[in-house]
Design a protein around this ligand. Structure first.
Ligand code: AKB
Length: 316
């Protein structure tokens, strides 16, 4: 029988699709979804859902005990743009929730943790091209500082208390089911929706801002594969790469399907965040240690996004 899994932050962009991916593999009754707010009807109707505030240890512990949970995916987080506006709240959510879950593992209540890190751990002093697994990490954002600190704490709990905690430094994640919220890479999701609904989009990053990105299917595969891997005692948080592109390049790709699509560029405070992040990622460690390989490139991702969103909006 497979282990019981709890996803905290299951109603969010990655959490919702991760929950569905885990339910497909391990069975609906083995994967408990939790969040402070309800998720999509697909999520709510496919298995058990519990209301959990990720900053409340008692609530997490109660659900862990109620469902005899052994593995926790902690997906609740405040992303880069939102965190700049609410630094203390972001720090509290991103760090307190991690401590609660790390301590449950230290106490032997749960066996294994997945906790997402981000390319935001890198900063202005990091080499921007093919940014390495081990390089300069001097983040300049609240979110980046919380993610880098989180990586250090995960390493500390692993080294000192033998806690099995695994992590991925996610790039921008592109998906059509659930909207992201508060991130700097969110433009790369919004742009597809706006292309279909309005035929125009005002982009909050400049046209040449290159960032590493990944299609959701690849992100879910990476997450689940890392949690299944048996030989990963090299790093806590792995770089994973897939595609990198600029707003101008994604527009060019969308225009192949929707030639009338119009975009204007009005960079806001998120431009500074984007400028501090890598442009492409060296993921050789993940390839070597657990055979990481991405599937979607800009062309296949664009075609899938537009097809799926067209179907979705036609139904609504
Ligand atoms: C964000 O833009 O804040 C996130 C991230 C790269 O971690 N998508």
């Amino acid at each position: 029988m497979s282990e019981k899994i709890l996803v905290i932050g299951a109603s969010g962009q990655i959490g919702s699709e991760l929950t569905m991916g885990l339910r497909k593999i391990y069975g609906d009754s083995h994967v408990i979804a939790s969040d402070i707010r309800e998720g999509s009807s697909e999520l709510m109707n496919s298995g058990t859902f519990e209301f959990v505030d990720a900053t409340n240890k008692e609530q997490i512990e109660q659900i862990v005990q109620k469902h005899t949970i052994e593995v926790v995916y902690l997906m609740a987080a405040m992303l880069s743009g939102a965190a700049e506006k609410n630094p203390e709240k972001a720090w509290d959510l991103n760090m307190t929730s991690l401590f609660h879950v790390l301590n449950l593992a230290k106490e032997g209540v749960i066996k294994r943790i997945f906790w997402p890190s981000s390319i935001a751990i890198f900063g202005n002093s990091t080499p921007k091209q093919m940014t390495g697994q081990q390089t300069i990490t001097e983040p300049s954002t609240v979110y980046g500082i919380s993610k880098l600190t989180g990586e250090r704490w995960c390493d500390y709990y692993m080294s000192n208390f033998n806690v099995d905690v695994r992590s991925i430094r996610y790039p921008g994640i592109i998906s059509w089911k659930t909207m992201p919220g508060g991130g700097t890479t969110d433009y790369a999701v919004e742009i597809y929706h706006k292309a279909i609904i309005e035929g125009k989009y005002e982009c909050f990053l400049s046209e040449n801002s290159r960032l590493p990105m990944m299609f959701m299917e690849d992100a879910i595969k990476a997450t689940i594969d890392l949690m299944k891997a048996s030989n990963i005692n090299n790093y806590i948080a792995y770089n994973v790469g897939a595609v990198d592109f600029t707003p101008k390049e994604i527009v060019k790709e969308i225009k192949k399907h929707l030639p009338e699509f119009e975009v204007s560029y009005v960079p806001d405070f998120r431009q500074k965040i984007a400028d501090s992040w890598p442009q492409s990622i060296d993921d050789n460690a993940a390839k070597r240690d657990w055979n990481w390989e991405h599937t979607f490139d800009l062309e296949t991702m664009t075609s899938e996004m537009l097809t799926r969103l067209n179907e979705k909006y036609a139904k609504s």
